[in-house]
Design a protein around this ligand. Structure first.
Ligand code: NDP
Ligand code: 8X3
Length: 252
């Protein structure tokens, strides 16, 4: 086996791009997400293009029992996880708090915060056993700033920012690195999900400027993962050149 990376949310966007990037630099991969068909397609592409082994985990990170059951039942050779990319996440809606849709809030909190915690709780003891590992959390500019209608999504990403700092302290005695990569606007399925399938609205988000692409974030994740053993990148904030803050974007 090569080094092993476990990527959550590998069925689309940033996670899928990370899978390709990490396979290209020699990782074997545990790829996970809810959409089995997408995992099958990605597996076929990875096996065709790279010299890697793939383990697919069809998994909803919100399902606590499934997360622990599936990770505990990984074949022994796949439990030697060197890199965990906690990427699965979503925004739903841009509604002011007073009009908030409770189900949307729960989807975001359950996925972005609780799901990330379940995965980390299940994987980190495997790293501690081997006294090595690296956890990279995909946070966001929304974990550092807030914007109108961003309330709960921003809160979940602020939580991930805090959890990253807390995890880094907890993992310190165990030789496990903890990093975060915080992107600005990246054109993926993110806005289609946020606007519940309204592709016109989603397209408008990226109109008139060049956003980041999933590959840009995968490059950054690979950079963070490939620093020498004595170097940890705590946090990287990466923005499109046309974006200065959560609210400042220059459009044509
Ligand atoms: P996409 O919508 O393209 O991808 C999201 C991924 O998360 C999919 O693979 C999806 O898989 C997975 N996912 C969502 N819910 C669950 C769940 N309950 N269980 C398991 N997997 C789940 O968006 P991005 O690639 O852009 O988003 C990836 C991460 O990057 C997210 O955490 C997002 O918050 C963050 N981010 C995105 C930015 C952007 O502008 N795009 C900017 C900053 C951060 P499936 O549906 O198959 O389960
Ligand atoms: C996604 C970027 O600005 O839509 O985290 O919150 S933003």
């Amino acid at each position: 086996m090569n080094r092993i990376a476990f990527i959550t949310g590998a069925t689309a966007g940033i996670g899928e791009a990370c899978a390709k990037k990490l396979a290209n630099v020699g990782y074997d991969l545990i790829i996970s997400g809810r959409r089995e068909e997408n995992l099958n397609k990605l597996e076929a592409e990875l096996l065709k293009n790279f010299n890697c082994k793939i383990f697919k985990l069809v998994l909803d990170v919100r399902k606590q029992d499934d997360v622990f059951d599936r990770i505990n039942k990984l074949p022994e050779e796949w439990k030697k996880i060197d890199l965990l990319v906690n990427n699965a996440g979503l925004a739903v809606g841009v509604t002011a708090i007073q009009d908030g849709i409770i189900d949307d809030w729960e989807r975001m909190i359950d996925t972005n915060v609780k799901g990330l915690l379940y995965i980390t709780r299940a994987v980190s003891p495997l790293m501690i056993e081997r006294k090595q590992g690296h956890i990279i959390n995909v946070t966001s500019i929304a974990g550092k700033e807030v914007y109108p209608g961003g309330n709960v999504y921003c809160a979940t990403k602020h939580a991930v920012d805090a959890l990253t700092k807390g995890m880094r302290i907890d993992m310190l005695p165990h030789n496990i690195k903890v990093s975060s990569v915080a992107p600005g606007m990246v054109e993926t399925e993110f806005s289609i999900v946020r606007f519940k399938g309204d592709t016109d609205k989603a397209d408008q988000v990226y109109n008139g400027f060049t956003p980041l692409y999933a590959d840009d974030i995968a490059d950054t994740v690979e950079f963070v993962a490939s620093r020498p053993a004595h170097v940890n990148i705590n946090d990287i904030l990466i923005m499109p050149t046309a974006q200065a803050s959560a609210r400042d974007v220059v459009r044509d």
